[in-house]
Every structure is written in C-alpha cells, then in structure tokens.
Design a protein around this ligand. Structure first.
Ligand code: ZN
Length: 149
C-alpha cells in the first residue's frame, strides 16, 4: 500500500490489500504456493493438455469442458469462462498457466475453481474477501491434498 493510499482511504486498493493479507496471514496459501513452486514445471502445451485431461478425470469434470492455454510469460494461473450460451451460462471454461505455476499442482488448483464455479461478484470488496479467504483456501487444499470442501 502506498502512503498516499493511507492518507486517503477511498484510494485504498482492496485487491492489493487482500493479496497482502492472504500472503502474510494465510499459512494454507503459503504452503500451496510453495507446493506449486517446488513441483515439476510443465514447459509445453502438449504436456499441459495431457495433465489437464488426467486431472479432469480425477476431479470429475468432462475434459472437453475445459480448454487449457500455455503462456510462458504468465506468472500466475487463471481460469474463467471461455464460451457462454445465450443465458450467459458457461459451456466451456479455460485455464491459463505458465512460468513458475505451470505445474500439475497449478492445474489441480484451477480445476477446483472450475468445479466449484468460483466467480467474481459485482461488489469488489465482497468478492475479494470471499475469494481470498474462502475460495482460494479451498482450491489450495484440493491442490495439495485432494480435499474437496
Ligand atoms: Zn486460486
């Protein structure tokens, strides 16, 4: 947080604040990040697709429902809706991984978000609290131990 943000609370970037909070206070997330960083890196899209298909089978998601992208310049993992139908319901999801987080652990983490349909809310503050303190720890636990909660 920058000093000018402290002087003017309306300028506080809640996303940065929540990220700092989870990194500093959430041991589950620290373990999950370490787990991901120490896992074998995936360096090609072919490998990533193979692992995604294996992990889809384990978690119970149709492998055709999830498309995966490899971006070597990506620093964190992402997932989201790729194609939606006319009622805005996703018919295909995507995962994007690369760099240090392109690992089986990273794939497992993102697949859990897809399985549980973790999505952004319109209220940013509510979304960030839910994301960092509920959704992220849930995905971390599945990534490391296969626990579905
Ligand atoms: Zn996550």
């Amino acid at each position: 947080m920058m000093p000018e943000e402290l002087a003017n609370p309306k300028q506080i970037n809640y996303k940065n604040l929540a990220q700092a909070a989870i990194i500093l206070t959430n041991p589950i997330h620290l373990c999950a990040v370490t787990h991901c960083l120490l896992s074998k890196k995936i360096t090609s899209l072919d490998q990533l697709v193979k692992i995604k298909n294996q992990e889809c089978k384990k978690i119970g998601i149709d492998q055709e429902y999830v498309k995966i992208f490899y971006n070597p310049f990506q620093t964190v993992g992402f997932c989201g809706d790729l194609i939606c139908n006319e009622t805005n319901k996703p018919v295909k999801k995507y995962i994007e991984l690369g760099g240090l987080f392109a690992t089986r652990a990273g794939v497992r983490h993102e697949l859990y978000h897809i399985l549980k349909n973790h999505k952004a809310k319109s209220n940013l503050k509510e979304y960030l609290l839910e994301y960092y303190f509920i959704h992220e720890p849930q995905a971390d636990l599945y990534q490391m131990f296969g626990i579905k909660i």
